[in-house]
Design a protein around this ligand. Sequence first.
Ligand SMILES: N[C@@H](CCC(=O)N[C@@H](CS)C(=O)NCC(=O)O)C(=O)O
Length: 210
Amino acid sequence: MNSLTHKLLYFDIPGRGEAIRILLHAAGIGFTDTRFPSADWKTIKPTTPLGSVPVLTINGTDHVQSLALMRYAAKLGGFYPTDDHPLQALVVDEVMETCSELMSKAPRSRDKEELKRLRQEFQENTMTRYSSFMEGIVAKNKEAMGSSLVVGTTVTVADLSVHGLVRTIANGGWDYVDTEFFNKDYPELMAVSKAVDENDKVLAYYASKK
Ligand SMILES: N[C@@H](CCC(=O)N[C@@H](CS)C(=O)NCC(=O)O)C(=O)O
């Protein structure tokens, strides 16, 4: 498996690429981390299979869809439940898809006033509903397993998804969405994010970037 060549193509931002970078590194997979500035996107877009990134090229074949790429990298590094835990895998997938769907539902508009109105409505409705759902999943796992994680007692790719979402909001990634949104009302999701920040393999990835 390690003899395959891997090249990741993505914008020079965390977005849908960061978890894949962390997971490949955690799995000990050497990969070419190709990052490009937004200005280059126009010329790169037509060269990708679906007109989107991330693209993970493995031994010369392009692969797309961030959730599939995350699962692949997670399996290589032990960040995905093994085959004897199908229910845990279901919950991991459920949370990954909930985070991804939430991100793609974030409203966009060129009109600032309209964007403000749409984003505030989004925060009150969709964001609250999706986040409360995930908060409940983590609370249930905490009760059963004693860990503020999506499932079980070790960090999985689902925790990385939650971490990416929490960090995006806290860093002001979405204009007009409260940067304190998770901090105010979602202690379990904040605890998940903290567990990811403190994970040895995640720390090793960021240390390797210095
Ligand atoms: N379902 C795809 C969505 C990919 C996607 O929308 N990527 C964004 C960047 S996060 C993109 O390529 N945007 C530029 C565009 O669509 O032109 C996935 O999860 O990988």
